[in-house]
Design a binder for this molecule. Structure first.
Ligand SMILES: [Zn+2]
Length: 139
């Protein structure tokens, strides 16, 4: 007989952890994306449904358009911080000192930005209720 006192769920994540690890908002266990952040060629490949609880991630048609606003906010934040680092760290260089690194960093940030904005948007504006009982048990 199983000792149900010691059942371990792998989905006892806080909402913050689930967002940063890009996990399903309903079970906080299934991953939203098929590949890691570092697969530059497939960073946007998402599961249609949660591999654990089968939640359809695009909760309504066109839902991901809203994630563009989150992505925009992230971009502004990243570029603002980079601008300040250049300004203070490199003693306010000429205009080329901003024009060259800022587009390069924006491009490098695309995979992170794309994925994190979808995760944030789904968790905060998807209105999906957390149901820990839908998660798989750890064997
Ligand atoms: Zn799930």
């Amino acid at each position: 007989m199983k000792d149900y006192q010691n059942i371990q769920f792998d989905n006892q994540r806080s909402r913050f952890q689930a967002i940063t690890e890009m996990r399903c908002p309903q079970c906080r266990q299934g991953k939203m994306f098929k590949y890691s952040n570092w697969r530059i060629d497939k960073f946007d490949d998402m599961h249609q449904n949660c591999p654990v609880c089968n939640l359809h991630f695009e909760v309504e048609p066109g839902f991901w358009y809203g994630a563009m606003f989150v992505s925009y906010a992230f971009s502004i934040l990243i570029l603002g911080i980079l601008g300040l680092i250049i300004y203070w760290g490199f003693g306010d260089p000429s205009i080329m000192g901003y024009i060259i690194p800022i587009p390069i960093v924006s491009l490098l940030a695309v995979p992170f930005n794309f994925r994190m904005s979808r995760s944030v948007f789904l968790h905060l504006f998807g209105f999906v209720k957390y149901k820990p009982e839908l998660g798989k048990l750890v064997a």
